[in-house]
Design a protein around this ligand. Structure first.
Ligand code: GRF
Length: 210
């Protein structure tokens, strides 16, 4: 399967997924990387590995630089023949046209146990501070399918890590990120292999390979 990976920052989840494709742990290959920040670490890594990059949305100060909403969908479907879209630390909204074009084929990862601590207010490092402040004893990554809103699509997988009341946010962030790098490639691989089925009430089920 051909993957489009969307990044905005360091791209550590993208690197974990790319590594899995290189180790034959996934029946997929990263065909293109999309970012709102072409100078970010994720795009740098893509360039180093000969993976094409697209800019979406266009940076505010240079509107000519990026693709429009329809152009993005055209590029991903017709130019790059993408089958699955993977949002990995991507901080912008994706256009409704893309959600429609890739129904049940767009994944996102959120570094907390949705539906708790979800939504735009918790983007970036803020979520971990809020989790520690809440006194929660567990946190962890949530991988979900994307619908038109932020962080509200059907959950595919979660993993838990302990939260210690003495944690600084960056300690929790690192503990969660490690789990993200383990869990996300497993989810993308399952989607590539057709090992995800849907309950009639719209809940996805991931079948692990034995
Ligand atoms: C990290 O906070 C991660 O928890 C979340 O997005 C941020 C950047 O991830 N998913 P990445 O290193 O760019 O994949």
């Amino acid at each position: 399967k051909r993957l489009a990976v969307f990044v905005s920052g360091g791209g550590s989840n993208f690197r974990a997924i790319h590594a899995a494709t290189q180790q034959g742990a996934m029946a997929g290959e990263v065909a293109v990387v999309v970012s709102n920040a072409p100078a970010c670490g994720g795009c740098e890594y893509a360039r180093q590995h000969g993976i094409p990059t697209l800019t979406y949305p266009a940076p505010k100060d240079s509107p000519g630089e990026g693709l429009g909403d329809e152009e993005l969908v055209q590029q991903l479907t017709l130019e790059y023949g993408v089958d699955i879209v993977v949002l990995a630390g991507y901080l912008k909204l994706i256009p409704p046209g893309l959600v429609r074009a890739f129904k049940r084929r767009i994944l996102n990862i959120h570094p907390a146990l949705l539906p708790a601590f979800g939504g735009k207010g918790y983007y970036g490092g803020k979520v971990h501070r809020a989790v520690v402040a809440s006194g929660a004893r567990f946190s962890g990554p949530t991988i979900h399918f994307v619908d038109e809103e932020y962080d509200t699509g059907p959950i595919l997988a979660q993993a838990v890590v302990p939260v210690y009341p003495t944690d600084r946010p960056e300690q929790l962030a690192a503990r969660v990120l490690k789990e993200e790098h383990r869990l996300y490639p497993l989810c993308v691989a399952a989607l590539c292999d057709g090992r995800v089925t849907w309950r009639e009430d719209g809940i996805p089920i991931m079948w692990t390979a034995h």
